[in-house]
Design a protein around this ligand. Structure first.
Ligand code: DGL
Length: 273
């Protein structure tokens, strides 16, 4: 039984899901949220599919046991592409919302019929992406770029970076896609949403930068509505209890996760196995 006032749980391999949490909060201000960064499993994008599946199933099990959520958002393209079915099979009856590259909106915007997708190596190679492309962008050329270095940059060095460093970090991927004539770029790794503005700046005004955060928030709202689980009055209580951050692996959040927690209004709640 998933009660109306249970929290909504987000998870990612690291800090990538935070812009998705922010979009969901904007749309659903009465809900309470918990967030798990699978720090011990980071990065997912260079791991074998089997390992990502095991991490994702384990992370959701730990979240369910600790927080009893009414819905789980897999705020990670790699985990969704490789493990959404496994997570659903493991949690019958629980709302599980995935995150996949926003190919459909990009196809609606591209005049050149050439779309770039920048994501993890595992996500760009997954059959799931090929399926999305043939379903929504069959007449477009898809330029797939895997950028593990950029994932690492966001997770480890984003906080405290200069704008110049951020622009330099996105430049190789953007350059490779522009060379191939794309006029729409899909941010197909949730980590990259932290750099949306830098992507737009380097790509220039003629290239649309597309992501899935609003689509995922809307899907979450509609699944909650369908199940009669959408809160309409504030679930935080009079004290305004803050949303909680959990991490896998031992140790306190340190300056990086502590800094992200502060930036996204989360309070450190402990480690999960
Ligand atoms: N943020 C993740 C994604 O959307 C994966 C990053 C990683 O762990 O490699 O794919």
């Amino acid at each position: 039984m998933h009660a109306l006032d249970s929290p909504i749980a987000f998870f990612d391999s690291g800090v990538g899901g935070l812009p998705y949490l922010e979009a969901a909060r904007r749309l659903l201000p009465a809900e309470r949220f918990v967030y798990l960064a699978d720090r011990a499993g980071f990065p997912y994008g260079t791991k074998a599919a089997e390992e990502v599946r095991a991490r994702a199933v384990g992370a959701v099990r730990a979240l369910v046991a600790k927080t009893g959520p009414k819905a789980v958002v897999i705020a990670c393209n790699t985990a969704t592409e490789l493990a959404v079915d496994a997570v659903r099979d493991d949690n019958p009856g629980l709302i599980v919302v995935g995150t996949v590259p926003a190919i459909k909106p990009a196809a609606a915007l591209s005049r050149a019929r050439r779309i770039g997708v920048v994501a993890t190596e595992a996500a760009v190679a997954a059959d799931y992406l090929t399926g999305l492309a043939s379903a929504w962008a069959a007449d477009c050329e898809l330029v797939r770029i895997g950028d593990a270095t950029l994932v690492e940059f966001v997770e480890r060095r984003l906080l405290g970076s200069t704008r110049d460093e951020r622009l330099r970090a996105v430049a190789p991927s953007v350059g490779a896609m522009l060379e191939r004539g794309v006029d729409a770029i899909v941010l197909g790794c949730t980590h990259f949403l932290h750099l949306s503005e830098e992507f737009a700046s380097v790509a220039g005004p003629d290239v649309a930068i597309v992501d899935s955060r609003d689509g995922v928030a809307a899907r979450l709202a509609s699944r909650l509505t369908e199940e009669g689980l959408l809160r309409t009055c504030d679930g935080r209580g009079a004290g305004g209890s803050p949303d909680r951050l959990f991490l896998t692996g031992p140790g306190d959040p340190g300056p990086v996760y502590g800094g992200f927690a502060e930036r996204f209004g989360l309070s450190w709640a402990g480690c999960l196995p």
